[in-house]
Design a binder for this molecule. Structure first.
Ligand SMILES: Cc1cc2nc3c(=O)[nH]c(=O)nc-3n(C[C@H](O)[C@H](O)[C@H](O)COP(=O)(O)O)c2cc1C
Length: 342
């Protein structure tokens, strides 16, 4: 029996629900082609960071001024930094090359710092031909004076500004640390986000006890990390009028992909698993998803989408009940169950 693996995300038709999310791999057109051949529904490019562009321009200015210091007349040999291709040129070129190389959608990713930067680079990304734009918003609200309402407003304002600047679909990649996630999700939907990605993995440094300093390393994820995303996808699925939902973290095997879709994800994104196993692993997960669906008589991914969502009346009481039962049912090895409530 043939199974329809197609899915819709950000208003785009995808041949499969698995997306290769932003990573050092998606910087290479060769790897993008392999993901497309393996059955990825789309690819997200690594983020264009506003600081990166500024730093390139600064370094070039420095280089020019070193040259001119050594001999005054040399100044005339150097055009100003503005005339060099120090802007996001390389990134825009990657978008164009990736679009030309594959038929699947190419989603660009932007991580800005200033409102002007977000808007200007979003426009350039659209002009370069990106199928959609993912906003990788990374703002650490550590100032105790910044309230949850201020933090939410910053995200919503940004989405409105980018929405007004471009016509291509936009997705917002979110971390889970908001005081009322459901309300934020709805407001982002109203602000014009075409999709939300749950969840981004934030920078979580370790401490090196030998060096007595911070340790910055990119830890790959494991399947234990899907649970928060599962819960929130199941709570938001079917409740946003416009935005589609992407699952973002912790895929190791097809099992995590199936669970995310059952909870309500339209697409499932994966980075760590692809850094470990490459395009062959993506293809294996897709084939396992297909087998799983066929073995249970499902004809399409759509048939299981949101099957286990929790939008029904009373779900909050039920989740609270599940929470209490989970804690009370925990058995400490070597101790029998208590007979009465504590
Ligand atoms: C080495 C590395 C580089 C990444 N670069 C980006 C990036 O440029 N932009 C972005 O939005 N996310 C980036 N991510 C985050 C991934 O896109 C993804 O959201 C995260 O790793 C969670 O997915 P996973 O559990 O499948 O790894 C990066 C992750 C890793 C491990």
């Amino acid at each position: 029996m043939s199974v329809d693996l197609s899915s819709r995300y950000l208003g785009l038709s995808l041949c499969s629900p698995i997306i290769a999310s932003a990573s050092p791999l998606t910087r290479y057109v060769g790897a993008i082609r392999q993901f497309a051949d393996a059955g990825a529904g789309a690819v997200v490019l690594p983020s264009l960071f506003e600081e990166q562009i500024e730093e390139d321009a600064r370094l070039l200015e420095q280089l020019i001024s070193i040259g001119s210091d050594s001999s005054p007349e040399v100044t005339s040999y150097f055009p100003s930094a503005a005339r060099y291709n120090t802007g996001p040129g390389g990134y825009l070129d990657l978008i164009a090359r990736a679009r030309a190389a594959v038929k699947i959608p190419i989603i660009a990713s932007l991580n800005g710092t200033t409102k002007t930067g977000w808007i200007e680079y979003a426009r350039q990304i659209e002009q370069a031909g990106a199928s959609a734009l993912e906003l990788n918003i990374y703002q650490i609200m550590s100032d105790p004076g910044v309230t949850g309402a201020i933090a939410d407003a910053a995200y919503i304002g940004l989405v409105k500004a980018v929405r007004a600047a471009v016509k291509i679909p936009i997705a917002v990649k979110l971390h889970p640390y908001f005081s009322a996630f459901g309300s934020l999700a709805r407001e982002l939907d109203q602000a014009g986000a075409d999709g939300l990605v749950l969840f981004n993995r934030l920078y979580q440094p370790d401490i090196d006890l030998v060096r007595l300093g911070w340790k910055n390393d990119a830890l790959l994820s494991g399947k234990g990390e899907i649970r928060l995303g599962l819960l929130w996808l199941s709570l938001l699925s079917g409740r946003l009028p416009h935005a589609s939902l992407g699952a973002g973290t912790g895929v190791e095997t097809a099992d995590e992909i199936i669970k995310y879709i059952l909870a309500g994800a339209d697409v499932v994104m994966t980075t760590s698993a692809l850094l470990r196993g490459g395009a062959a692993h993506l293809n294996m997960m897709l084939r396992e998803l297909e087998r799983w669906l066929a073995a249970r008589g499902f004809k399409s991914v759509d048939e299981i989408k949101g099957l286990l969502r929790r939008e029904d009346q009373g779900h909050e009481a039920r989740i609270r009940g599940d929470y209490i039962t989970t804690l009370l049912d925990y058995r400490v090895p070597g101790h029998s169950a208590p007979k009465t409530a504590i």
